[in-house]
Design a binder for this molecule. Structure first.
Ligand code: PMP
Length: 426
């Protein structure tokens, strides 16, 4: 492939390419990445390298260009990169489903292999709505969720993202109308638990499900909360015939110090979405898991099928890499690595509390967050991190990091220094 000069590439990018949430007003020129290896992104035309403090948005847990994942992709490429999943099946998809069932909270037995996180949430919602229809309770078609959440950019997921001041406010009049409860406080408060219980009870007749991000609300604000609220949700959902969906797309595969955040509360949801780190960030794939109760309910309906079947469902290349990524994760002391990064971030981010304008510093597992008391200047904060040799993506009032689990101690310290520099200058 010919290498375009960076200036030309950026000009074409500006003219033709939409980036996430683009085109950005006052757009910040993107950096051109030529390659990536380990925890480092190599910039084009010898502009240096950056330690990736973002794991490409929670996904590249093993780092880039990993020999085991490369080999899994290469080996599968030699067999088939894709084949339709309707009426056909193959070992990578079946092995992946079995791995997911074995590693996830007990009781999740059935796996839908989606092609992105947002689609896995669409499928989760469809499962829940269809379950109640199948049981003849078609009044139960709404969802209850927390304010400050984020579940993706397609239609149903958008309807359960933060409705006010959130990324999808533009659509608030036309999206399905869901039930919102305040975001949970960090610590357990019985009065808030009571608020949750009574909202579920009050709306039970129209609720198909409660859907939440367990323990960490990610893109909607990087807030952490007590796992005890998950038990409150489980009990209230059981008491009032409401299904419980956990969106573990960001939190799954060890990020919070448990394989899935649900484990912090020893709770099994009825439906669980995973994505992002599922393939170690190599390929686009996500999954929706559900219990036999949900799957059997759907099968008993007038229309006994889950009518969803994307072209790239069960993609063998992605499934092979996902199997290799999960085996790589489970075959190592992943918890030790996450705890090591947690300790490094705690040490390295503690000084941020002294920086004027910093409101809060929080760390959980391999996630570190500095919250400002003002909207961050994205360009100034990003530039400050880049000067420290680190890639971060600040937004709203947040500067945060979730490094790959293979990030060494010196690089964790460097990332923490970059977060502090971004907080000072952003
Ligand atoms: N749910 C959560 C919790 C997420 O963090 C994201 C992605 N940021 C999504 C859903 C949507 O996933 P995707 O971007 O793969 O569609």
């Amino acid at each position: 492939m010919p290498d375009l000069p960076v200036s030309e590439l950026l000009e074409l990018d500006r003219r033709h390419v939409w980036h996430p949430y683009g085109p950005m007003p006052g757009r910040v020129e993107p950096l051109v990445v030529e390659s990536a290896s380990g925890v480092r992104l190599q910039l084009a035309e010898g502009s240096g390298e950056l330690v990736d403090g973002m794991s490409s948005w929670w996904s590249a847990i093993h780092g880039y260009n990993h020999p085991v994942l490369n080999e899994a992709a290469r080996e599968q490429l030699g067999r088939m990169s894709h084949v339709m999943f309707g009426g056909l099946t193959h070992e990578p998809a079946v092995r992946l489903a079995k791995l997911l069932v074995d590693m996830s909270p007990d009781g999740l037995e059935h796996v839908f292999l989606a092609d992105s996180g947002s689609v896995s949430v669409e499928v989760a919602v469809k499962m829940c709505l269809q379950y109640w229809r199948s049981l003849g309770r078609s009044g139960k078609q709404r969802l209850l969720t927390w304010r400050g959440g984020y579940h993706g950019d397609t239609w149903q997921p958008m309807s359960v993202c933060d409705p006010e001041g959130g990324m999808h406010e533009l659509w608030s009049g036309v999206l399905p109308r869901q039930v919102f409860v305040d975001a949970p406080p960090a610590e357990y408060e019985e009065s808030y638990a009571e608020q949750l219980r009574s909202a579920i009870e009050r709306h039970a007749d129209e609720l198909a499900a409660v859907i939440v991000e367990p323990v960490v609300q990610g893109a909607g604000g990087m807030r952490f909360h007590s796992p005890a609220y998950l038990r409150v949700l489980r009990e209230a959902c059981d008491a009032h015939d409401v299904l419980l969906v956990f969106d573990e797309i960001a939190t799954g595969f060890g990020r919070t110090g448990a394989l899935f955040a649900a484990e912090h509360a020893a709770v099994t949801p009825d439906v669980m979405c995973v994505g992002k780190a599922l393939t170690g960030g190599y390929m686009t794939m996500a999954a929706t898991l559900c219990t036999s109760r949900v799957a059997d309910g759907i099968s008993q309906g007038e229309v006994p099928v889950l009518a969803h079947g994307p072209t790239f469902m069960g993609n063998p290349l992605a499934a092979s890499v996902a199997c290799a990524s999960i085996e790589l994760l489970l075959g190592q002391d992943w918890l030790g690595e996450v705890k090591r990064i947690e300790a490094g971030l705690r040490d390295g981010l503690a000084p941020a509390l002294e920086i004027p304008g910093v409101k809060d510093v929080r760390v959980l597992g391999a996630i570190g967050v500095v919250q400002l008391d003002h909207a961050v200047d994205m360009k100034a904060a990003t530039d400050a991190a880049v000067r420290e040799g680190v890639w971060l993506r600040p937004f709203r009032d947040l500067i945060y990091t979730m490094p790959p689990y293979v990030t060494g101690d010196a690089d964790v310290a460097r990332i923490a220094r970059a977060v502090c520099a971004a907080a000072r200058e952003g």
